[in-house]
Design a protein around this ligand. Sequence first.
Ligand SMILES: [Zn+2]
Length: 340
Amino acid sequence: MRGVIMHAPGDVRVEERPNPTILEPTDAIIRAAAVCICGSDLWPYRGIEELHGPTPMGHEYVGVVEEIGPDVRNVKVGDFVVGSFVASDNTCEICQAGYPSRCVHNVMMGSVGTQAELIRIPLADGTLVATPGVPDADLIPSLLAASDVLGTGWFAAVAAEAGPGKTVAVVGDGAVGLSAILAAKQLGADRIIAMSRHADRQALAREFGATDIVEERGDAGIARIKELTNGLGAHSVVEAVGTQESMEQAIGATRPGGHIGYVGVTHGVTLDGLGLFFAEVHLFGGPAPVRRFLPELIQLIWDRRIDPGRVFDLTLPLDEAAEGYRAMDERRATKVLLTV
Ligand SMILES: [Zn+2]
């Protein structure tokens, strides 16, 4: 089968890889319908995260079940399925409490590498959710978004306690930040402030439900959020970047007693203890428990009540993955879908 391998920073190739096989009785093999490139795939691409030899890439996927292990009960051959970027058993105490991305048996799908024609899914019963039927082609991008960016943005909005009566500010206008705006709107937030400097992303933010745009950053960005909220700060803030600046901006933009949902994978972030003490905010985040939200998100997409697939602004065949990485690295694309 064909699959994406990163050989070195900036060096992505689509190569022949061995077809995956059932290794555990709880495995399934799916034939990918579409996969995508994540902002986090850019960390090794840019040499910020170390590669240990040629590495299969990708952790987002939708597709059709091709083969199941003898212990798989919840999905069958021919089902169209969506799964999280973390495989989970969905039965351990941590899963049952709602945190499947920290399942005691979790397998990061990035270690499998989903940017390929065929994908081995560990813990298939816990990980995969079948759609109500074979989706129309135009629903596939949205279902794929549910695999990571939508689920992550959704978790961030839930963690920030977005809802009726709340003003929500979203730091980061990538695919996750935009998805968090969509989530905050669905959760009933009164006012949604998108922090963005890019005209095309501002437009999509508004389409997803943003009521205000703030272009300023740093102290000026915080001042602008306070100006919009009677000097208090937002009730709910989503942090969807993962840098020192974005985390400080999120904490500074939150009112005392407010909630921050942080889902940007942190790189080199250190927090000042005294600043955090006097900020008096709820800080909650981590790898999003996407699996928890999948049934609800799939239904919203199936019923065409949300269209999160709009975050994909470039679609390429799998064989042109290298161009997809370049386009995201050079910010010519927000998020790239690869058809398989
Ligand atoms: Zn578990």
